[in-house]
Design a protein around this ligand. Structure first.
Ligand code: SF4
Ligand code: SF4
Length: 130
């Protein structure tokens, strides 16, 4: 049975170090949401990623994402896919020790529906029922 992780909204994943990739499409949506041009958005809110292959969201001085305000994401309705996908469609060994999402065993169809609701997209083929 697949496991769906129900987010606790603890915001830990918005505070720990790491890059948050943003695609061109996401930049368009984020800039529009914030009411700035894409050029301004790129200047103010992104930097080149470490591999120099794309853009990542900049951090606050303490390391938290620039869009974290208190316990809330300032760009929640248009937050990047990378944020939406964690921890169900990507995570890392031992993530359970730093993420408070609650694991729930579901039937495949319900799991798929919850994935779509949480991430805004169907699970990739690699997650298909075997
Ligand atoms: S964009 Fe929002 S959800 Fe993503 S890391 Fe930043 S604050 Fe968290
Ligand atoms: S995904 Fe995990 S770490 Fe991120 S807010 Fe939800 S419970 Fe917290």
């Amino acid at each position: 049975m697949p496991i769906f992780y129900e987010c606790d909204r603890c915001t830990a994943c918005c505070r720990w170090p790491g890059e948050v990739r943003v695609t061109e499409t996401e930049i368009t949506a984020l800039a529009s949401f914030l009411g700035v041009t894409e050029s301004v958005f790129i200047d103010q809110f992104t930097r080149l990623n470490q591999k120099r292959t794309g853009l990542t969201i900049v951090e606050q001085p303490g390391g938290a994402c620039i869009f974290l305000e208190g316990e809330n994401c300032r760009v929640q309705p248009v937050k990047p896919q990378q944020c939406r996908d964690f921890p169900n469609l990507w995570n890392f060994p031992g993530f359970e020790s730093v993420c408070r999402a609650r694991p729930v065993e579901l039937g495949f169809q319900e799991w798929r529906e919850r994935i779509v609701a949480a991430t805004g997209r169907p699970p990739p083929d690699a997650f298909a029922e075997t």
